[in-house]
Design a protein around this ligand. Structure first.
Ligand SMILES: NC(=O)c1ccc[n+]([C@@H]2O[C@H](COP(=O)([O-])OP(=O)(O)OC[C@H]3O[C@@H](n4cnc5c(N)ncnc54)[C@H](O)[C@@H]3O)[C@@H](O)[C@H]2O)c1
Length: 354
C-alpha cells in the first residue's frame, strides 16, 4: 500500500476544520477529496486544501483515490454514512459518539467486518502522550488498585452554540434535538471522559445510576447530569456534567483517578501522588506526571497518524470501534437509568475480534 492514507472528508462543518488541519499536518494521512451537503463549506475546505469537493456522497465514495473517509456529521447520520462508506470499501474514522444506539454501532461494526475495512472512532485519549503515561502507570500499579474515578465537566455554552456551534460555521438544529444528537452534555462532551477513563484504567462499567434534566437551556437535550457507577473491579465512578453552569469553575476542578496507593489528577500539567516509590516517582508527595513535554490532548494530527498507521500496516486501530461502542454503552445506560429511575446493569462489553 501507499506511504500515506488518502482521506476523503464527509462533513466539512465546525470540527472538520480542525481535523482538516490535522490531516494536512499528519505524516501518514493525505487530503484527496471533501464532501458536505452544504456546498459552501465543502467548497471552503476543497479550495483550502486544493482537492475536489462535492455535495454528493456517492461521488466521494466512487472515487478510487479515496482509501478512507473521516465522517464529521450530526450524530444520527454517523451510522448510515459509515455503513455506506464501508460497503463502498472505504476505511472509516467516524467522529464521537460512534452512533446514537448500540444497534447502530453493531450494524457499523458488522458492515466494516464484512467489507474487511477498518472502523475507528475519533477519540483522542489513545493518542495523547499524557493519557498514555497515565495508562502505563496505572497498569504498572503505581497508584495501587483503582477504587474510584471522578468526571467533572462544567461548561456554560452560549445560546448561539445550539444553532451554530462555537464558530457559527453552519446554522443547524441537530445539537438541540434528542433524535438527531442522542442527548446533550453527556453524549456530546462527557463521552470523551468515559472513553479516556476506560482507556487509562482498563476497567469496564457494570452498572449505572443517574439523574438528568434540562434546566436552563431551551432545547430537548439535557443540560445537567449526575451519575454514579460501579466498575468490574468494584471501584466506584462519579460523573457530574453541565452545559449551562453559570460562572463555570473558578476552582478549576478536574477529573481524578483514586487508587488505594495513590491518586492521579487531570490538571495541566497532570499530577500524581503515590504512597510507594515506584516507576521513578517519589513517595508521599504530589509531583508532575512524567509525560513528554509539549504533549497535549486534542492533537488531531496524532489521531490521523494513529488511524492511518494502523490501516497502512494492517494493524487494529488505536481506537477500536468496540471502544466507541463501550463508551456509548455507558452513556446510554445513564440515560436509561435517569429515564426509568432505576439502576441499569450493562450488557457484556463487546470485544474486538483479534
Ligand atoms: N472529537 C471532538 O472533540 C469533537 C468536537 C466537536 C464535534 N465533534 C463531533 O463531530 C461531529 C460534527 O460536529 P460539528 O460540531 O462539526 O457539527 P457541524 O454542524 O458544525 O457540522 C456538521 C456538518 O455535517 C454536514 N452534513 C449534514 N448532513 C450531511 C450529510 N448527509 N452528508 C454530509 N455532510 C452532512 C453539515 O452540512 C455540516 O457542515 C459530531 O459527531 C460531533 O460530536 C467532535
Amino acid at each position: 500500500m501507499a506511504d500515506r492514507l488518502r482521506i476523503g472528508m464527509i462533513g466539512c462543518g465546525e470540527i472538520a476544520v480542525q481535523t482538516a488541519k490535522g490531516i494536512a499536518a499528519s505524516t501518514l494521512g493525505q487530503h484527496v477529496m471533501v464532501m458536505d451537503t452544504d456546498a459552501r463549506v465543502a467548497g471552503d475546505l476543497g479550495v483550502t486544501y486544493g482537492v475536489p469537493h462535492t455535495t454528493k456522497v456517492e461521488e466521494l465514495l466512487a472515487n478510487p483515490q479515496v482509501d478512507a473517509v473521516y465522517i464529521a456529521v450530526p450524530h444520527y447520520l454517523h451510522a448510515p454514512l459509515a455503513i455506506q462508506a464501508a460497503q463502498a470499501g472505504k476505511h472509516v474514522l467516524v467522529e464521537k459518539p460512534i452512533a446514537t444506539s448500540l444497534a447502530e454501532a453493531d450494524d457499523m461494526i458488522a458492515a466494516a467486518r464484512d467489507a474487511h475495512v477498518t472502523l475507528s472512532v475519533a477519540y483522542l485519549a489513545q493518542v495523547d502522550p499524557v493519557a498514555q503515561t497515565m495508562h502505563r502507570l496505572v497498569a504498572a500499579g503505581a497508584i495501587g488498585n483503582v477504587v474510584g474515578t471522578r468526571i467533572v465537566y462544567r461548561g456554560d455554552k452560549p445560546e448561539s452554540y445550539w444553532h451554530g456551534g462555537y464558530s457559527g460555521r453552519i446554522q443547524t438544529d441537530w445539537r438541540t434535538s434528542k433524535a438527531k444528537s442522542g442527548g446533550g452534555v453527556l453524549i456530546m462532551n462527557t463521552i470523551h471522559d468515559l472513553n479516556t477513563l476506560r482507556f487509562i484504567t482498563g476497567l469496564e462499567v457494570v452498572r449505572v445510576s443517574a439523574e438528568y434534566e434540562t434546566f436552563t437551556t431551551p432545547v430537548e437535550v439535557e443540560d445537567y447530569v449526575a451519575a454514579t457507577y460501579r466498575y468490574d473491579n468494584g471501584a466506584i465512578g462519579t460523573l457530574e456534567a453541565g452545559s449551562a453552569i453559570r460562572g463555570r469553575d473558578p476552582l478549576r476542578e478536574v477529573n481524578r483517578i483514586y487508587g488505594d496507593a495513590g491518586q492521579i489528577l487531570f490538571s495541566n500539567p497532570a499530577r500524581i501522588f503515590v504512597t510507594q516509590a515506584v516507576e521513578g516517582l517519589q513517595a508521599g508527595q504530589w509531583q508532575d506526571l512524567p509525560a513528554p513535554t509539549g504533549s497535549h490532548g486534542g492533537d488531531r494530527a496524532a489521531m490521523i497518524d494513529g488511524f492511518a498507521g494502523a490501516v497502512l500496516n494492517g494493524r487494529p486501530p488505536v481506537v477500536q470501534a468496540e471502544d466507541g461502542r463501550a463508551a456509548l454503552q455507558i452513556a446510554l445506560a445513564a440515560y436509561q437509568a435517569g429515564q426509568e429511575h432505576r439502576t441499569i446493569t450493562l450488557g457484556p462489553v463487546a470485544k474486538a475480534a483479534v
